[in-house]
Ligand binder design. Structure first.
Ligand code: NI
Length: 258
């Protein structure tokens, strides 16, 4: 079975066929899905999916690009949401400097607060970090992220940066980008990262793997990601599937029920 560690099925891209699509995932070998919240609204819709589908769990948090709207009342609401029995992580949280907004100080403030929330609730974190490696690492070190644990999702940095996250005990989320022909740096990082620290994800509806690049993504495309990791690691796809399945249960500290 395949463990989808990061998807956004609450996204409006799935409005037309969300239920029919989710019902077909198990036929396509997808055994677990962690749906990831990114705003107060999507945390609520993530909870609705967690409650509707046995195989869907949730990560709840505020994406850096959504932090401008955060205040103490919304943050208190997030804390309550994170106490849900099927909430397995705080996320996605982090820094995104690809976009100019919100200003970096605001992103940093809520990244720190959400790391502290994860520590308080004994939950791992799902980190989103784009064009912001140095500040992400600095904040994670200052907040002792090695005591929190989690995953750096949709990893996009070099193998040298991967080494730093690995030393903090983090898992690395690999998605469709690894199948892109021009993703040389990422393929090198995958070669370097130990197999026991890799988990697979789609970030659906985004980042569809080749040959679906640019189209809407969903978890049934994960075999394309697994095949490419297997090629790089010189393993069989079935081995990558099994190891990443085990890794994801460790990452999200879930009981193994087969
Ligand atoms: Ni995401």
């Amino acid at each position: 079975m395949i463990f989808e560690t990061h998807a956004h099925y609450d996204d409006e891209a799935f409005t037309e066929d969300r239920d029919s699509l989710l019902k077909t995932l198990s036929e396509n070998g997808i055994g677990r899905v962690v749906n990831v919240g990114a705003s107060p609204e999507s945390c609520q819709t993530t909870i609705e999916l967690m409650e509707k589908y046995d195989f869907v769990y949730g990560a709840l948090g505020i994406h850096p690009s959504e932090t401008a709207a955060l205040d103490e009342a919304l943050f208190a609401g997030l804390r309550e949401q994170c106490r849900h029995e099927k909430c397995v992580a705080v996320g996605e949280i982090g820094l995104d400097y690809y976009w100019q907004e919100p200003e970096r100080e605001i992103q940093k403030k809520w990244f720190v607060r959400q790391l502290q929330l994860a520590k308080e609730l004994h939950l791992p974190v799902v980190i989103h970090s784009r064009d912001a490696a140095m500040d992400t690492i600095e904040i994670m070190r200052a907040e002792h992220a090695e005591e929190i644990g989690g995953v750096v999702h949709c990893f996009s940095y070099t193998k040298e940066t991967a080494e730093i996250f690995l030393k903090m005990g983090f898992y690395i989320g690999i998605g469709g980008v690894v199948t892109f022909k021009n993703a040389k740096k990422l393929k090198e990082a995958v070669e370097y990262i130990p197999m026991e620290r890799i988990v697979v994800e789609t970030d659906s509806p985004y980042l569809a793997p080749e040959p679906n690049r640019g189209k809407r993504n969903d978890s049934s495309k994960l075999p394309l990601v697994i095949n490419e990791i297997a090629r790089i690691k010189q393993l069989l796809p079935e081995q990558v599937e099994e190891i990443t399945w085990q890794n994801a249960f460790q990452l999200y500290r879930m009981e193994k029920v087969y």
